[in-house]
Design a protein around this ligand. Structure first.
Ligand code: MN
Length: 231
């Protein structure tokens, strides 16, 4: 195949214990999926899950034991951290039943859904798309993917984020409003999931601003931690 311009390199994420990488197809994100976070954003009650996307090349892959370097993005005065469990899809499909959903997961990682909160809030007020608040370059730092068989029970695991060594977010994945299987059921009705898709499952309470020079360290029990410096 000839292309009229060079094709962009395949976005990918490291895999724990392997030199092979996980190729990223799409990045789906679930909004307001922990009760206490929904409350802090001004919402109450269980609403159907809703989704937004980030471009595949918004990933900022960080190798095990390394510190990623995220450039502080343009246009914002209020960059927020959102620590999240990320599921990596290995087997695609549409209309996947929740009971079958976990078979579609290749592995899990710790990710950050970095958010230009001021821009997102402006867009919300105007009823406009969130893309500028959520889908900017390097907005999805992610640690190495742990294959599902080695990951343990991530659905009942502690999830936490520290900034410069101090706790900011601390909860448990069991507190998800829509668990991973239910999320995949809903998501796969709207889109045909493909191998390579990443699903950011939502963040617990405690989101807040970070500034240039801050070091973010997040983890989920049973997965490789994620460490990112804002530069
Ligand atoms: Mn999020």
């Amino acid at each position: 195949m000839d292309y009229v311009i060079p094709p962009t390199p395949q976005a990918s994420v490291p895999v724990l214990g392997s030199d092979a990488r996980f190729p990223v197809h799409r990045i789906y994100c679930v909004g307001r999926n922990y009760v206490e976070h929904a409350k802090e954003m001004g919402f109450t009650g269980r609403e159907p899950p809703f989704f937004f996307l980030k471009p595949a090349d918004a990933v900022l892959p960080v190798n095990a034991g390394e510190t990623g370097r995220m450039p502080y993005p343009t246009l914002t005065q209020d960059l927020h951290h959102e620590i999240e469990l990320v599921a990596a899809i290995g087997k695609g499909g549409s209309n996947i039943a929740a009971a079958d959903a976990l078979q579609h997961i290749w592995g899990y990682a710790v990710g950050l859904d970095m958010t230009r909160r001021d821009l997102q809030s402006d867009m919300k007020k105007q009823g406009r798309p969130w893309s500028i608040g959520k889908g900017f370059d390097a907005s999805a730092p992610i640690g190495p993917i742990t294959p599902a068989a080695q990951a343990g029970n991530v659905q009942q695991a502690a999830i936490w984020l520290q900034v410069n060594g101090a706790d900011r977010q601390r909860s448990n994945v069991s507190q998800l409003i829509w668990n991973l299987a239910e999320t995949i059921e809903h998501l796969s009705r709207a889109w045909t999931l493909q191998p390579g898709d990443l699903i950011f499952t939502g963040t617990p309470e405690g989101v807040g601003a970070v500034v240039r020079g801050d070091v973010l360290e997040g983890g989920i029990d049973g997965l490789a931690p994620l460490r990112v410096a804002l530069v």
